[in-house]
Design a protein around this ligand. Sequence first.
Ligand SMILES: CC[C@H](O)CC(=O)C(=O)O
Ligand SMILES: [Mn+2]
Length: 342
Amino acid sequence: MAKKRDVWITEVALRDGSHAIAHQYTVDQVVKIAKALDEANVPYIEVAHGDGLAGSSLQYGLSRTNELELIEAAVSVCKQSKIAVLLLPGIGTMKDLQQVAGLGAKMARIATHVTEADVSAQHIGLAKELGMETVGFLMMAHMAPVEKLVEQAKLMESYGADAVYVVDSAGALLPHEVRDRIRALKQHVGVEIGFHGHNNLSLAMANSLVAIEEGATRIDGSVRCLGAGAGNTQTEVLVAVLDRLGVKTGIDLYKMMDLAEEIVAPMLPAPQEITRDSLVLGYAGVYSSFLLHARRIAEKLGMDARDILVELGKRKVVGGQEDMIVDVAVEMAKKRAESLVQ
Ligand SMILES: CC[C@H](O)CC(=O)C(=O)O
Ligand SMILES: [Mn+2]
């Protein structure tokens, strides 16, 4: 009999975690991780390029393996876990959604910038038609006031979303800001509320707990906290903490810990940690997926990645504007060179 759950965890190491390894997952790695997550009774496992379906590109980073192969492989080894995908309208298409539904993905998470929920209407509609559980994913939630977030969540609800997430893409939200957002959504939105945290300010766990206190029932976790920037809320730790709090996740804690230690840790070139650059993401409110792009261009131009990230934060650059990272860095390097010859 399935164990009872108070909170449903979506494991994102095979999607957000893909950022941490520059989208280099192999079928073998995905099979090992998905099988172990299924055995640990994790309800949802998200699989896709780090930037969502069809993200593999020069702009976002090329995947080593076609994500459709990864999704198919994950579906084939899961007996109880459902495979989820993430799609950003404009990157992923309706056709991509139809394809992954055909491969057996059961949940579609449609992600938009926090003020642009209107672009999700068709994709949410199609996911529902395809019989998928459908989640609205409002990214960069720190950039909008609470009232705006509520308005946008209501739009997603009206399109048919079964749940709406507050997504702290920059890992910039402070616990009281998460509290205010989840509380308002619980008051004004009729569907389940979720929270997706990033650990750039070391607040992913605290923020996830605050979200649960305020009534969120969907929480994202990532084994060994694999994710963009400093990563996400660490699943095995979250499961342990929730167990201590008497909140049921239905997940087998020891199996999660073993997966983290014996399968995931040996795959990593370096452990995921809060570095000075990822800390700046949270501090300056910058999209976590920008980290590797900013580091690469900083190295080429002999700059400090933190300066580029702070400038991107000031300019309020958002997901989908990855090309701006190079533009801003080159502009800064030019100004620096000009000031040296004056
Ligand atoms: C697909 C873009 C992005 O990485 C989604 C996400 O996980 C976030 O905004 O945090
Ligand atoms: Mn994320």
